[in-house]
Design a binder for this molecule. Structure first.
Ligand code: PLP
Length: 410
């Protein structure tokens, strides 16, 4: 799997959208297949046909725990990252009924951001802490946001759009000093950064299988022993009563294998993948005019680069890249007929003309140097072509800061 394949004709794609989803690793696919066939038992059954499946499930749990430096009993399997985030936040609020306030950031994924907004309509409240121009948190603002009724601090480990890393260990210490639970959405961090929860103050951590070469439909929530958490799905006794529902055995086996592989490849993320990302960035910045990197270039995931090509639309770039079978994503979303830059770039105060032209490239261990060279060759002429017909004027330096600030306290 040197490059991903797709489509009827199995054409080769240069897939640089791994923060959206990843290809299932061949070893992962092989590991999960028997559980769609002969080994279909229910892990909760008394008979050994099911009991054997339980052993595979336990092995999956051990692998997830090993990648995180956690104990297997601290792993609860979920269906996706969104479920893990919802479970952590709702489960903590329900387990601490006297506390109704959550502190989070202005750049969280909708799995957290939309949830706290929905909760605000049900008698809860939240504070979103802002970020600086390169996407870093101001820790003093976090401390100031904490109230006597704060139940939970929830901050992502790494941002899905920019790759910027938050200081989660310090945030967890801030929470603990005030007797508050700390949750991190680590969906983009797991498999890309070393994690050792055994020597950490983090109470709850979310991960999602399809971001680390397992299939869609499986994830996990780490729950530190002793953390009070209300179950998310109330039903059977599965997952020690923390999440009802017959276990997704093929998915869990797949996640276990993906975590085992991630552990083996962790060094490669920090070295080869990082070098490819840096080469892509340097090549594009050298060859395309008016291009800039969004987000802190030091405290950043090794696989992610968010680049703004000023005065043009990101969507137009993506469509032209698509013709070359190059897959990336843009920093704006088409909502209600208008193209609106992402909340992340707006929170950073990225100028209007830059936010509109932002492209996120996210690599994986399956990318190779020739693919990166191809993008460096193909993209700059696309940028020049689009600039020639761009509706944006140079010197239009509006930012989104004002609008974003209105939203952040509820
Ligand atoms: N959190 C972050 C940071 C993400 O990037 C994503 C997915 O893009 C999610 C949560 C949601 O994960 P899932 O797609 O598994 O629900």
């Amino acid at each position: 799997m040197s490059a991903q394949t797709g489509g009827k004709e199995q054409e080769r794609w240069i897939y640089l959208d791994n923060n959206a989803t990843t290809g299932v690793a061949p070893e992962v696919l092989e590991a999960m297949m028997p559980f769609f066939g002969q080994r279909y038992g229910n892990a909760s059954s008394m008979h050994s046909f099911g009991g054997l499946v339980r052993r595979d499930l336990d092995r999956g749990r051990e692998e997830v725990a090993a990648l995180l430096g956690a104990h297997p009993a601290e792993i609860v399997f979920t269906s996706c990252g969104t479920e893990g985030d919802n479970h952590a936040i709702l489960g903590t609020l329900r387990a601490n009924p006297g506390k109704r306030h959550v502190v989070t950031s202005r750049v969280e994924h909708p799995a957290v951001r939309s949830l706290v907004r929905a909760l605000a309509e049900q008698g809860y409240s939240y504070t979103e802490v802002g970020v600086d121009a390169v996407g870093r948190l101001v820790l003093d603002e976090v401390r100031e946001a904490i109230r006597p009724d704060t139940a939970l601090l929830s901050f992502m480990w790494a941002n899905n759009e920019t790759g910027v890393i938050f200081p989660v260990e310090e945030l967890a210490q801030i929470a603990h000093a005030r007797g508050i639970v700390f949750h991190t959405d680590a969906v983009q961090a797991v498999g890309k950064l070393p994690i050792d929860l055994g020597s950490s103050a983090i109470d709850l951590l979310t991960l999602s299988g399809h971001k680390l070469h397992a299939p869609k439909g499986v994830g996990a929530l780490y729950v530190r022993r002793g953390t009070k958490l209300f179950p998310f799905l109330v039903g059977g006794h599965q997952e020690d009563g923390r999440r009802g529902g017959t276990e997704n055995v093929p998915g869990i086996v797949a996640l276990g294998e993906a975590c085992r592989l991630a552990r083996l490849h962790l060094d490669e993320e920090q070295t080869r993948v990082r070098r490819l990302r840096n080469r892509l960035e340097e090549g594009l910045l050298a060859r395309a005019r008016d291009a800039l990197v969004n987000g802190d270039r030091q405290q950043r995931l090794p696989n992610t680069s968010n680049i703004s090509f000023r005065y043009i639309e990101g969507e137009a770039i993506l469509l032209l890249l698509d013709r070359f079978r190059i897959a990336a994503s843009s920093g704006s979303a088409c909502t209600s007929g208008s193209l609106e830059p992402s909340h992340v770039l707006r929170a950073m105060g990225v100028p209007y003309t830059a936010a509109h032209g932002s492209i996120r490239f996210s690599l994986s261990r399956y990318n190779v140097a020739e693919e990166i060279e191809r993008v460096i060759e193909v993209l700059p002429p696309i940028v020049e072509r689009l600039r020639a017909i761009s509706p944006f004027g140079r010197g239009d330096e509006r930012t989104w800061t004002g609008q974003a600030e209105e939203e952040h306290r509820h």
